[in-house]
Design a protein around this ligand. Structure first.
Ligand code: FAD
Length: 443
């Protein structure tokens, strides 16, 4: 094999690591780069943050590190599962979504070195920063349920939580003959804690409309002791499950799927020795989730549960003042949603700006989050609440009531708002709309 003197020097310099292709790559891509702001993760929080800061600081000052080809608007997956949208509708190439003024480093972050202000990527680059924003999202751990992910290859097993399996939800409904339709909520923190039951209500209506409802036994298994964390909305949801003849098993979680016999095994969390095995015709799995491994493996950055340890009000890291966090990967004690991320973008923009100006961060986040609880093909309860699980409703109507207008907002208005406003850094949640709707009397 022929190799230039420069190529030999490069290979030697990098300890003969990697292939010739990687070495050649390093001639155009220096192994050490420096940015004013590095954003790790280009999802909802990372992209919105990068849009804000790259427009403020100008070209070449902000980098986003994310290996994904596609950026998905994940809240749409509930509708994809029900056949109201397609997976293609929910995604755009990452290259089109990330801000043009930011550099996209299309690599996976494999390590953090917060004492030396740098992160490492899987192609061996070290990226230095003055300020770091961690926006890695939450990790799906299907493999923590015995039999998964293999059972997704078999009929009836589906999950709205992954682009790999979401399209199987509609297929499972279409192929449903008769038997149990089971819906699960795992024994871990998750993103969008309403989503495991939204698809259940959609499925119930699908089966009703297609004349199969009387052949279906619909059961919800949740690890939680409640149907929903906020009493006002939980009360409304209990009415719905009663009215639609859906069984609810609290404090139970899925531990095994046996695709050969089409059985699911659940554990009673209050009596761990008590297992129940059920046949399924359809099984919708919400997987166990955790902080991403790369973050959990950096003890200096995380709390005992492995999530980024930030001040829940300022979003600044508890130990490293030049690090901020946003979204699902942080230990901010609110429901993990894109709506929460939108509200956090505004807090982060102001607080990181203040820290850059040598000031203390003063903006405080109240935990605002929102979960449009889709309850069928045309209705939705719009849950909005704060850290104290108090409703913080935008509209001057009772949002615990199922409404068509909320459904259309979720299905038709929120997606363009996400792509056009939030991804360009212009949407920081409905705070001002809420104030206007309540004639200035709301928080
Ligand atoms: P994400 O948007 O998940 O982005 C994380 C990014 O980090 C990804 O781009 C990923 O590629 C990248 N990344 C991961 N690991 C690495 C690494 N090692 N190196 C570099 N990059 C990495 N929210 C709502 O507000 N309303 C809803 O109705 C709603 N419904 C939902 C329904 C479903 C089925 C699902 C799955 C989610 C739903 N959500 C909803 C939740 C919402 O999508 C998330 O809370 C939101 O996307 C979180 O944003 P984030 O930036 O924290 O993480």
């Amino acid at each position: 094999m022929m190799m230039s003197g420069r190529g030999v020097r490069l290979l030697t310099a990098h300890g003969l690591r990697g292939s010739l292709r990687k070495a050649a790559f390093s001639t155009t891509c220096p192994k050490h780069k420096s940015y004013k702001v590095v954003v790790v993760g280009g999802g909802a929080g990372g992209c919105a943050t990068a849009a804000k800061f790259s427009s403020k600081l100008g070209k070449g000052k902000v980098a986003v590190i994310d290996p994904a080809n596609m950026h998905y608007y994940q809240p749409m997956w509930t509708l994809v599962g029900g056949g109201m949208k397609t997976l293609e509708d929910s995604g755009k190439p990452m290259s089109e979504v990330l801000p043009k003024k930011a550099d996209w480093i299309k690599q996976k972050v494999v390590g953090f070195d917060p004492h030396n202000n740098r992160v490492m990527t899987d192609d061996g680059q070290e990226i230095n920063y003055e300020y770091l924003v961690v926006a890695l999202g939450i990790q799906l751990n299907y493999n923590q349920v015995k039999g998964l992910p293999g059972a997704f290859e078999t009929p009836g097993v589906c999950s709205n939580y992954s682009p790999l399996y979401v399209s199987k939800t509609l297929k499972s409904l279409q192929n449903f003959q008769e038997g149990n339709a089971l819906f699960t909520f795992p024994n871990t923190p998750i993103k969008c804690p309403g989503a495991p039951q939204k698809i259940m209500y959609i499925s119930e209506e699908y089966l009703r409309k297609h004349g199969k409802r009387d052949k279906a036994n619909i059961v919800y298994y949740t690890s939680l002791p409640v149907l929903f964390g906020v009493k006002k909305y939980a009360d409304a949801l209990w009415e719905i499950v009663k009215e639609r003849n859906i069984s609810v098993n609290l404090r139970h979680h899925l531990i095994e799927v046996k695709p050969d016999s089409r059985e699911a095994v659940f554990q009673n969390l209050d009596k761990p020795e008590e297992l129940s095995t059920l046949k399924y015709e359809m099984l919708h799995v919400t997987p166990p989730m955790s902080s991403p491994d790369v973050l959990r493996n950096c003890p200096a950055l995380v709390d005992g549960a492995g999530f980024l340890k930030v001040n829940k009000e300022t979003l600044q890291h508890e130990s490293f003042p030049n690090i901020f966090g946003i979204g699902d990967c942080t230990n901010v004690p609110t429901a993990r949603t894109a709506a929460a991320v939108a509200a956090q973008v505004g807090i982060l923009r102001k607080n990181l700006g203040m820290v850059m100006d040598g000031k203390d961060p003063r903006q405080t986040y109240d935990g605002y989050t929102s979960c449009p609880l889709v309850t069928g093909y045309s209705t939705c309860i719009l849950a909005e609440f704060d850290f104290n699980l108090n409703p913080v409703e935008t509209f001057p109507v009772n949002q615990a009531k199922e409404r068509r207008v909320m459904f259309h907002m979720k299905k038709d208005m929120m997606p363009p708002m996400y792509w056009m406003a939030m991804m360009n850094g212009y949407w920081e949640g409905p705070k001002y709309i809420r104030k206007a709707m309540h004639l200035g009397l709301s928080k």
